[in-house]
Design a protein around this ligand. Structure first.
Ligand code: MN
Length: 423
């Protein structure tokens, strides 16, 4: 087993047993302390570790990594070094912070520019996102939406089990956790009206998703096979793909989502590497009918990641509305990237590929309010006596994700978004 996921490893930094960020995680993010400039960071327990400062103190010497890449507002230059370099860096970080390294402990603890409490720093968008694709890879979600939007007898369209359906989204409006989003306005067509009206959305929704980030570029005309796909994927993020269902229903035929989806999508701040998630690989659902050869794959490419969604009305406690798992996804990320590139479409460092809503088979595991409240017919009761069929102004949507087995917990932290009234 790779030393970095040795579950017996402990850090000289404090890590609570319920922390998403033990020594075995070592995610990458971008943070800012006070009025300082943005730097690359990792996190152990509740401590954010400045990688630029660590490099300046000489702790990352000998890795062949220019310290300047940590003194930057995005992780792209680090990821561009490739998965091998990122793996070497993570191993070096483990050595620096493991319990027995008292020399490093004493030197780093006496410096005032390396360690920061997570509660006092600002986490920034970790990646300059190039292209953004949103897939639609949960069988349960696609079936539920097909039943509600189209035809219960033919919920899945004929192509769905033959290819990972997706669309090209917009990266300019992808923001980091903690960013508030105003309720979008647009054209909606009320059921009792012959014509559309212009209005703030009345059906604001979230989509619980996981996104992967690519760490290499390929040439136009080339393709990435399912066997090669994970060589190009550095890690994963939580992704809240905010959606306006009434705008979507009116606009989406024939070219798919447009303004219903591009007013804001929110990512968690820490890129959790595929290396850290290695112990949580699981087999995905059986794919029947058999897929075309370019979509066949070897090994397991699903991951057992527990996912939760909570709604917090202003001044009220968090109320859980969904408990799902990434392992339910019908199409895996290797197939998604193979399909994305099979026609010769090139990829770049910092592209983001979202999974599509992660709905599970049980009603409590649906990953959007559209499904949870079943198009408004089964509203969710909140502790303050109000109901939710969709998201209201001043609600905060919180998503959390983590993997767990005896002696090991690897998590993502959270992605949180407050909804403000329409401008
Ligand atoms: Mn989506």
């Amino acid at each position: 087993m790779d030393r970095i996921i040795d579950t017996s490893l402990r850090s000289w930094l404090p890590v609570e047993s319920t922390s998403d960020f033990p020594m075995q995680n070592i995610p990458f993010g971008i943070f800012r302390a006070g009025a300082g400039s943005p730097h690359a960071a990792t996190r152990i327990g509740n401590t954010v570790i400045d990688l630029f400062a660590l490099a300046e103190h000489g702790f990352l010497d000998g890795l062949g990594i220019n310290p300047g890449i940590f003194n930057f507002k995005y992780l792209n230059p680090l990821f561009e070094l490739g998965k091998k370099s990122c793996r070497t860096l993570r191993k070096q970080l483990v050595q620096i912070f493991e319990e027995k390294n008292t020399v490093a402990r004493d030197r780093i603890s006496s410096a005032n520019d390396v360690l920061f409490n997570a509660s006092v720093v600002q986490m920034l968008l970790p990646v300059k996102i190039g292209d953004y694709t949103d897939f639609y890879s949960s069988l349960e979600h696609a079936t539920n939406v097909g039943i509600m939007f189209r035809d219960p007898a033919n919920a899945l369209l004929p192509n769905w089990k033959h290819l990972p359906v997706g669309y090209h989204g917009r990266s300019s409006s992808i923001v980091v956790s903690g960013t508030a989003i105003h309720r979008p306005k647009g054209q909606i067509k009320p059921a009792n009206s012959d014509n559309p009206v212009f209005s703030p959305t009345r059906e604001l929704d979230f989509e619980l998703e996981i996104a992967f980030i690519t760490s290499s570029k390929t040439a136009l005309g080339s393709s990435v096979s399912t066997n090669e796909a994970e060589d190009h994927i550095i890690g994963l993020l939580l992704f809240n793909d905010l959606s306006a269902r009434d705008i979507q229903r009116w606009e989406y035929v024939p070219l798919g989502p447009f303004l219903a989806k591009n007013f804001g999508s929110v990512v968690s701040p820490w890129v959790v590497t595929l290396d850290a998630l290695e112990p949580f690989r699981v087999q995905g659902p059986v794919q029947e009918p058999e897929v075309l050869p370019y979509l066949k794959f070897n090994g397991n490419h699903n991951f057992d990641i527990d996912l939760d969604v909570l709604i917090q009305p202003e001044g009220q406690p968090e109320t859980p509305v969904c408990h799902s798992n990434y392992k339910f996804m019908y199409w895996n990320m290797a197939q998604q990237l193979a399909h994305q590139t099979v026609n010769g479409c090139n990829i770049n460092v910092g592209d983001l590929y979202a999974s599509g809503t992660v709905s599970g088979p049980a009603p409590g595991s649906f990953g959007s309010m559209l499904e949870i409240a079943w198009k408004g017919t089964k509203p969710v009761n909140m502790p303050d006596g109000t109901e939710r069929s969709f998201i209201q102004d001043h609600d905060t949507i919180i998503m959390r994700g983590h993997c767990e087995k005896p002696g090991l917990r690897i998590g993502f932290g959270e992605v949180s978004t407050k909804i403000l009234p329409a401008l």
